[in-house]
Design a protein. Sequence first.
Length: 387
Amino acid sequence: MKNKLYYVLFLLYAVVVVFVLYLNGVFTGEEGSVVNLIINIVFLMIIGVLFVISAFSFGRLNGITDEMIDFTVRLQKEYKESGGKNLWGNYQGRNDVFENEELRVAFNKYRMRIKSLGTKRGITAPCDLEEYINEDLLDRAGMSFFNSGISGTLTGLGILGTFLGLSLGLGAFSGNDIFTISDNVGSLLSGMKVAFHTSVYGIFFSLVFNVVYRSIMSDAYEKLDEFLGMFRQAAQPRSLKEDENTAAMVVYQASMMGTLKQMLDMMKGDAAEQTAGVERIVDKFTAQMQESLGADFKELGEALRETGNAQAVNAADTREMIEAVTALVEVNRNVQSALAKVMDRQEKFSDELRQQKEKLAETCNEMSDEITSQLYAFGHMRNLYEE
């Protein structure tokens, strides 16, 4: 449901315009100062333009929050109908989930990020939708950079009107004796009327706008929290937890080490059998050749024995290579552990930055409230002083 609280601004604006025109004799036919009327009309036109721009931004904000609420209701219904099943599969391939341009662009960026993190086993790292659809998006849609300064601008217009009215009254005030001074009292009072009127409705509109603006933004933030909470529960893709990653890595490394050990044992056995076989072949061949030909093949036998020894050395080299590979696997496991610690530090740093942002926003709000209170007290003391 749209937040239409800002309609109150235009209702009060119309009342103030009628009241100011009445005081200047527009409806009663009484003659008044044309300069006073022009000054008040100019000030009221400026305030009206500011209200129209703010109303446009509030309408955009309502469009976004209303679509988020509609999506939340639809998602909740689908989640219940699916029996509590995660619904990300229904949305990961859609680029038309939202009709609003800003929401659609932000959600598509989120989909691309999830796609880049995907593997055959699942999502490798957690990614929250709040990174893309958050309070900053609402602030941009609601033009917080503009509306946050409207309250101070209205107060400043009231103060400007005060000094302008006093300047007009004092500029027309002259005289050296009581008779000439009494003749110029009317112009002085006319200027003070301008000062009083502009100060009153400037500060009045400042207070009302501040209440309306804060109420609208607070309502928008609540709708955002409701939307994000439902999305996290029903549709946010599940990532591989850190303990699952660690367990998978340990199983993988244990399997690799077991395979390498089997290969080493097989190579050791093959080398020993090959060496023994070569020695038997050499002895038998030498004996047969000596018996049949009567020649001395001792040197040939030695050469064949050296070949067997070379095979044994080759087996030792292979064993050293396997041990080096095993050490490399151990280094890889240490690197994985160090990367996990770095990711933890990054998450903690992100949380600290978010907390600092919230503290800074709270401090700015407190300073704005304090300045508004001081300006209101200043206007009240000035009025008491003038009385």
